[in-house]
Design a protein around this ligand. Structure first.
Ligand code: PAF
Length: 271
């Protein structure tokens, strides 16, 4: 498995594979890899000949008060995991490669980016869309894979790719969970033992709502078991993320974000 830092090196290796007729998959990540990321690599290997994984903690998707500085980083550990998973190339650019001096272009997505996270982290999806567009234009993969754990992010990326007619297939991969239901996330590393014990209640609450429980009741139950704040717990149309119309035949999604001490957890389930 090769490690490259620059867009030129990335493109040279991919051009070489393309000459051989290979189909290329990109798995964009921010590192601190866990089994959820490894499942993305596995899904990528099933649909492509060569799998590129990007490791880049993207500063533009964090607000100044958010956890950019303490976001977990472990490049050596990540490389070991990716080698074992069968990735072919790791691209780990420095910030200066992605946002060089004088960088001045940002992508604004509306539609699926506006509700939920869009209300609580208004800067976030602009940063995600900008960096994903840059990752896609650097690698120009046939397919890019993203976890359903960040379901709204997946919807925003699909919207951007559709709206900008980018020639790439976006594939969602189901959330990987701990045996007690907690969705794997790099931010789970922030949880204390007590918080880790309470954390799976988030998945339990949204699963109950997917089966018909009132969302406000489920949000109150989270506060009762020890969550400090529920940013949202909503039932949405699975594609547009607009509020779900009761009695609709369309697929729905229950999405939630809630705080356990200083850690903000998000999760979602479909119905
Ligand atoms: O989901 C993530 O890890 C990030 O938001 C992504 C898609 C790699 C963009 O920085």
């Amino acid at each position: 498995m090769e490690l490259v830092r620059t867009i030129n090196h990335l493109r040279a290796q991919i051009a070489h594979w393309r000459e051989a007729g290979d189909r290329i998959a990109l798995v964009p990540t921010m590192g601190a890899l866990h089994a959820g990321h490894i499942a993305l690599v596995g899904a990528a290997l099933a649909v492509a000949d060569k799998v590129v994984v990007s490791l880049f903690v993207n500063p533009t998707q964090f607000a100044p008060h958010e956890d950019l500085a303490r976001y977990p980083r472990d490049e050596a550990g990540d490389l070991g995991k990716l080698g074992g998973a069968g990735a072919h190339l790791v691209w780990a650019p420095p910030v200066s490669e992605m946002y060089p001096e004088g960088y001045a272009t940002h992508i604004v997505v509306e539609g699926a980016a506006l509700p939920l996270e869009g209300v609580f982290r208004p800067h976030h999806f602009g940063g995600v869309a900008t960096v994903v567009c840059k990752l896609l234009s650097a690698a120009m993969p046939d397919v890019a894979l993203f976890g359903e754990k960040d379901y709204q992010q997946l919807a925003v990326i699909r919207q951007m790719v559709r709206d900008l007619t980018l020639p790439v297939l976006i594939q969602g991969v189901p959330t990987v969970r701990e045996p007690d239901g907690l969705a794997l996330s790099s931010r789970n590393a922030y949880l204390s033992d007590d918080e880790r014990y309470i954390a799976p209640m988030l998945h339990k609450a949204i699963s109950e709502v997917a089966r018909g429980r009132d969302p406000r009741e489920a949000a109150d139950a989270l506060l009762t078991v020890g969550f400090s704040k529920v940013d949202y717990l909503e039932v949405c149309d699975a594609e547009t993320l607009a509020p779900y119309v009761a009695g609709s035949e369309r697929p729905g999604r229950v999405l939630a974000a809630a705080w356990l001490g200083k850690t903000r957890l998000i999760d979602n389930v479909g119905f």
